[in-house]
Write a protein that binds this ligand. Structure first.
Ligand code: SF4
Length: 380
C-alpha cells in the first residue's frame, strides 16, 4: 500500500506526538491484545534453544544472529558458537579469526565484531556479566533499542518493549494505521503502544509472542493468516479489509548493481586469498581475488600473474549473483591454475585445504566459487 498522506499528529497523556499510529483510547481493542496473545503464545511458542535456557548471554547471541537472518539458518550457528565460546569472557578473548570463522556465512560481519567489542567492555565494566539495565545495555556496541529491549525483557524480566519490523507490521494491521512505518518515529510510537498494551509482569513473553505472531501468522508481503490469528476479533485492519496491504512504507531505493570478476587461483594444493580493506563492505575479511567489471580471459590471467601466479591457465566458471543490503554483485568467475607462485603482494596469502577450513572465513558472496575449492585443492 502506498504511504497515505492522512497521518495523525496528536498529543497523548505522555506528551508523545503520534504521527504513524493512532492514539489509543480506552475503548481501543488494541489495549486488550495481551491476554489472547499470551494464551496463544503459551500453546504455540516456537521451541528454540535460547528459549529453553534464556541466560542473558544466550539471548544476546541469538538476537544478534537473528538480525537479517532466518531462525532456521541461525540454529546451527547458535549451537556451534555457544559450544566454542560458552560465555562472555571466552567471546572477549577469542581471536578475530576464530570469531569470523564461527560467523562465516551468516553475513553482516560487523555484528560479530561488535559482539566482541561489547564482550570486552562487559568484562572490563561488569565483571563478565551483562548488566540488567536497558540503558546500560543500550550503550554497548551493537545494541540498538530493539536488542537492548529484547535482552532486558527476555533475560532480565524488565518491563521494556522490543520493536522490530515484525512488530511494526502487526501493530499497523491491528490498528489499521496507514502512516509510514519506515519513519524514525514509528518505532518510538510502537514502543509506547507496546508498553500500554503489554502486561504488568511478563513483558519478555509478550515481546516474544509478538515476534512469533509476526513470524508465523501475521506474515509479510500481503499474506496475513487471519483465520488462525488469536487477535482476529481485535484487528481493525482485518475488519476494514486493509490488513494485507499494510504496513505502508516508503519504497526502498533499488540496490546498486556492481559487476565483478572473481578468480579462484589454485596451484600446488593451495589457493590464493587476499584480505579486504579494514573499512567498507566486508571489511577485513579474506576473499578470493576479484576486480570490478567483467574481465576477459587475458585480463584475468594478467591479474592472476600480478598476484604471484606463475604460468597461469584460465577456465571460465559460471556466473553468480549476491545481494547485499544496498549493493548487488553480478559476478563472473575464472578458475586459474598456476604452475607455482612467486612473491605475493601485501595482504595476500596461500592456504591449503585444512588451513582454508580451519583458519579463513570467506564471505558467502563468494560461495558459488569457494565451494569448488575443497575438491580442487584436495585433487591437486
Ligand atoms: Fe495480522 Fe490478520 Fe492477526 Fe490482524 S488478524 S494481526 S492482520 S494475522
Amino acid at each position: 500500500m502506498p504511504v497515505s498522506k492522512k497521518t495523525k499528529s496528536v498529543s497523548t497523556q505522555d506528551e508523545q506526538t503520534f504521527c504513524v499510529f493512532p492514539v489509543l483510547t480506552a475503548e481501543s481493542p488494541f489495549a486488550q491484545i495481551a491476554p489472547p496473545l499470551l494464551s496463544w503464545y503459551g500453546e504455540n511458542a516456537r521451541t528454540l534453544p535460547w528459549r529453553s535456557d534464556p541466560a542473558p548471554y544466550r539471548v544476546w547471541i541469538s538476537e544478534i544472529m537473528l538480525q537479517q537472518t532466518r531462525v532456521e539458518a541461525v540454529l546451527s550457528y547458535f549451537m556451534r558458537f555457544l559450544a566454542v565460546l560458552p560465555d562472555i569472557p571466552a567471546l572477549a578473548a577469542a581471536s578475530p579469526e576464530l570469531l569470523l570463522k564461527l560467523w562465516e556465512g551468516l553475513g553482516y560481519y560487523s555484528r560479530a565484531r561488535n559482539l566482541q567489542k561489547a564482550a570486552q567492555i562487559v568484562c572490563e565494566r561488569y565483571g563478565g556479566c551483562l548488566p540488567a539495565s536497558f540503558e546500560a545495555l543500550r550503550e554497548l556496541p551493537g545494541f540498538g533499542d530493539y536488542t537492548a529491549g529484547a535482552v532486558a525483557s527476555i533475560a532480565f524480566g524488565l518491563r521494556v518493549p522490543a520493536v522490530d519490523g515484525n512488530v511494526l507490521r502487526v501493530f499497523a494491521r491491528l490498528l489499521d494505521a496507514h502512516g509510514d512505518v519506515s519513519l524514525p518515529q514509528a518505532k518510538r510510537e510502537a514502543a509506547v503502544l507496546a508498553l500500554r498494551a503489554g502486561p504488568a509482569q511478563g513483558m519478555g513473553a509478550f515481546n516474544q509472542a509478538l515476534m512469533d505472531l509476526g513470524a508465523t501468522v501475521c506474515l509479510p508481503n500481503g499474506a496475513p493468516q487471519c483465520s488462525r490469528c488469536p487477535l482476529a476479533s481485535l484487528c481493525l485492519g482485518l475488519r476494514a479489509g486493509t490488513a494485507p496491504a499494510l504496513p505502508c512504507k516508503k519504497a526502498k531505493k533499488p540496490r546498486r548493481v556492481e559487476e565483478r570478476t572473481v578468480l579462484a587461483v589454485v596451484g600446488g594444493g593451495r589457493v590464493l586469498l587476499q584480505k579486504r580493506p579494514e573499512s567498507g563492505l566486508l571489511a577485513g575479511l579474506w576473499e578470493l581475488p576479484n576486480a570490478p567489471g567483467f574481465l576477459s580471459e587475458q585480463e584475468a590471467l594478467r591479474l592472476a600473474a600480478s598476484l604471484g601466479a606463475k604460468f597461469p591457465a584460465a577456465l571460465p566458471l559460471k556466473a553468480s549473483k549476491h545481494l547485499f543490503s544496498h549493493v548487488e554483485w553480478h559476478m563472473r568467475g575464472f578458475l586459474i591454475r598456476a604452475a607455482s607462485f612467486g612473491a605475493l603482494p601485501d595482504g595476500a596469502a596461500l592456504a591449503n585445504a585444512p588451513e582454508l577450513r580451519e583458519g579463513y572465513a570467506l564471505p558467502s558472496a563468494f560461495r558459488a566459487y569457494s565451494r569448488l575449492l575443497p575438491g580442487l585443492l584436495e585433487g591437486l
